[in-house]
Design a protein around this ligand. Structure first.
Ligand SMILES: Cc1cc2nc3c(=O)[nH]c(=O)nc-3n(C[C@H](O)[C@H](O)[C@H](O)COP(=O)(O)OP(=O)(O)OC[C@H]3O[C@@H](n4cnc5c(N)ncnc54)[C@H](O)[C@@H]3O)c2cc1C
Length: 232
């Protein structure tokens, strides 16, 4: 929809990957709609995933005992986070929708993306107890996980060896995104792109682009335990 702002946080090393194609097609489709699209290409940016003292500029709140959560929170409040983190927070603040594009690594996200979550979504900026979940500081924003897997859909079915794919979405969608107040749209999952035909891969890309054409009409999921572990 024209005027909407979208941030794509993209975590893949290879532009020719399916993730790379998904990202490129997302940018093209959303720009066609008149959206402003920003991409944080984490590997290209050489985003530093480790949460360390280097993220805080100047004096520490407690130099005798380094507590990352507290230090990042105080640094955010005092404008003393490092420039790269302030820039990522600015992008999140402006966005109506944040799309995370990544390959599934060990039932989760690649370390570089997890590092982005650890360091960007700090207390004071994204949450501030009791301002979490529906009152999280990023409420009124949408988030969507778009990812690829190695396993096929059957493996991630209720009785498959990996279990229902929704089980592993709980920490990412609920523990991170919903905790920070995001309304979560249904995930976009491309199962096993390495092992399917070229035709099937093209279908994965076209169905994603088709979905993007009406993405602004979508209702967020009901991000409650039952969505993940029950029958809704
Ligand atoms: C450390 C690690 C942990 C992992 N853990 C898990 C796990 O827990 N669970 C799990 O299921 N998997 C796991 N995997 C596998 C991983 O999720 C998959 O390898 C990955 O999701 C595949 O996506 P890709 O974009 O990297 O594929 P790629 O191999 O880059 O792309 C797949 C195919 O798509 C083709 N392609 C690209 N663009 C297009 C286009 N425009 N049109 C048609 N074809 C195109 C490419 O040429 C390629 O042939 C893990 C992998 C690693 C490295």
């Amino acid at each position: 929809m024209a005027g909407k702002k979208v941030l794509i946080v993209y975590a893949h090393q290879e532009p020719k990957s399916l993730n790379g194609s998904l990202k490129t097609m997302t940018v093209e489709e959303l720009k066609k709609q008149g959206c402003t699209v920003t991409v944080s290409n984490l590997y290209e940016m050489q985003f530093e995933p480790r949460a360390t003292r280097k993220d805080i500029v100047g004096d520490l709140h407690n130099p005798d005992h380094f507590n990352y959560g507290v230090e990042a929170w105080k640094a955010y409040e005092n404008g003393c986070l490092s420039e790269d983190l302030i820039e990522e927070q600015r992008k999140v603040k402006e966005a109506d929708l944040v799309i995370f594009q990544f390959p599934l690594y060990w039932f989760s996200m690649p370390a570089i993306l997890k590092g982005w979550m650890d360091k960007v979504l700090v207390q004071g900026f994204a949450h501030d107890f009791p301002k979490c979940y529906d009152s999280g500081l990023l409420k009124n924003k949408l988030a969507l996980l778009s990812f690829t897997t190695g396993g096929d859909e059957e493996m991630y079915s209720e009785r498959g060896p990996s279990g229902n794919i929704r089980y592993l979405l709980w920490p990412m969608q609920h523990g991170i995104l919903h905790f920070c107040g995001f309304s979560v749209l249904s995930p976009q999952i491309c199962f096993g792109p390495e092992y399917v035909t070229e035709e099937k891969r093209r279908q994965m890309l076209t169905s994603w682009v088709k979905r993007l054409q009406t993405i602004w009409e979508e209702k967020p999921i009901n991000c409650v335990p039952e969505w993940y572990f029950g029958n809704i």
